[in-house]
Design a binder for this molecule. Structure first.
Ligand SMILES: [Zn+2]
Ligand SMILES: [Zn+2]
Length: 421
């Protein structure tokens, strides 16, 4: 049953009072027939962001938001913990919305849709169906009118909005998101009884579990874009990808087996490494954590050592995932002539002074990565559906989100933390 609200919805840019509209006389049912409650629990940033050790997030009870035009109300089933959530909580990113709820790796079930759902713009039609399991990722909105939106670069849209920064995200029991920017996750979660409840190891007929699919939504998609930005995938079509042909094409263009360096090895890198390995690359990992180094080798990477060490051979390309500008220097030094360094993070400490001869000459390039396009998201999720990725996930109860962020900052776990309501 589709549940249509009256359109007095909460929207990303509305003030907080929009969320107070919960006095709908007829309580809609969700797909399981249960009543959507009036209130929910959610995390939000306090009046000011601050050091995570000072608890900048608070656990509050607040009204369940209502979907506006083109929106879906999603019951959160799992939400990945991304380093960007730490940047939002600590104030490394400027405040875009007071008391925002972080979270942009949201696996959820649509429980209601607003009016005018399923709008068709640029082929991004999405028919919302109550009961469907979807992913809400970082990119929430683009203007669909500017030169960037019209040239396949909507990630550069100057009017873009982001889940868990400009609008409330998935560190909550429910969230509202525009349907056009959701990804259907049914192909990754499998169907049938117990759907999405499998081990997520690809062995039991359910390709991914709720907690292993969540990190794909940012760690996976952004890592994939960072890999594209290295140029190593130029000319590869991910529409009906033939893995063998892609491997041959990449190696043929370079004249040798491609060599990729990954600096930092957390949630995003451990997924990206597996995409690179599947595409026939040799992957060297440069990271401080011993457990992360061990995970890298276990996943099939050829070499793992400290971030400031040199890899055993020159790199065709490298990606820096760690938010540490100082690593730009050894990473550039490790590139072969013409190599590309891709910077995957949204925030990075200052890059030290470069030495032209040592770091940039020989046509080496530095490229930053800003968000992703929906096309990137669709390509990556299709890749992940076809080629199983082992996600090293660490579940936390939703009410332990702040602890999960502290553990992320402290490097207390490998892979990715995932919140479960
Ligand atoms: Zn735009
Ligand atoms: Zn993220």
């Amino acid at each position: 049953m589709s549940v249509l609200h009256d359109g007095i919805g909460s929207d990303a840019m509305n003030d907080n009072t929009a969320n107070d509209n919960t006095t709908n006389p007829e309580k809609p049912n969700d797909s399981n027939g249960s009543i959507i409650p009036e209130t929910m629990h959610a995390w939000q940033v306090r009046d000011q962001p601050g050091n995570i050790d000072d608890d900048p997030l608070e656990w509050v009870e607040k009204p369940v938001p209502q979907p506006g035009p083109g929106d879906a109300l999603i019951r959160v089933l799992a939400c990945g913990v991304c380093r960007t959530d730490l940047h939002v909580s600590e104030g490394d990113l400027p405040v875009h919305r007071e008391h925002v709820t972080p979270g942009h790796e949201v696996v959820g079930e649509i429980v209601a849709v607003g009016p005018d759902a399923g709008i068709d713009v640029f082929g991004n039609r999405f028919e919302a169906r109550v009961g469907e399991r979807v992913g809400a990722a970082w990119l929430r909105h683009t203007c669909n009118e500017c030169e960037f939106c019209h040239s396949g670069k909507e990630n550069l849209c100057q009017h873009s909005l982001y889940n868990g920064w400009d609008a409330n995200g998935g560190y909550a029991q429910y969230m509202v998101a525009p349907i056009e920017y959701l990804y259907s996750l049914e192909p990754l979660l499998g169907g049938g009884e117990g759907k999405g409840k499998g081990k997520g190891d690809g062995d039991d007929g359910t390709p991914y579990s709720l907690e292993t699919v969540a990190p794909l939504l940012c760690a996976g998609i952004i890592g994939f874009r960072a890999l594209k930005r290295t140029g190593l995938l130029d000319g590869i079509s991910f529409d009906g990808l033939n893995l063998e042909a892609a491997r041959d094409a990449i190696a043929e263009r370079l004249g040798h087996k491609p060599v990729l360096g990954l600096y930092g090895f957390g949630g995003s890198a451990h997924i990206t490494a597996q995409v690179a390995l599947a595409l026939g690359m040799r992957v060297h990992v440069l990271t401080r954590g011993k457990n992360a180094q061990r995970l890298a080798l276990k996943l099939g990477c050829a070499f793992a050592d400290d971030a400031y060490e040199m890899p055993p051979e020159p790199l065709d390309a490298a990606i820096i995932f760690a938010p540490v500008g100082a690593i730009v220097l050894p990473a550039l030094e490790a590139l072969r002539p013409g190599g590309v360094l891709s910077l995957a993070g949204i925030h990075m400490s200052d890059v030290p002074t470069l030495n032209y001869e040592k770091h940039l000459f020989h046509e080496k390039e530095i490229r930053s990565v800003e968000s992703n396009t929906r096309q990137d998201g669709r390509e990556f999720l299709a890749f992940a559906a076809a080629h199983h990725i082992k996600v090293d996930e660490h579940p936390y109860p939703l009410d332990q989100a702040q602890q999960a962020l502290k553990d992320l900052k402290a490097g207390a776990f490998t892979g990715a933390a995932v919140l479960l309501p």
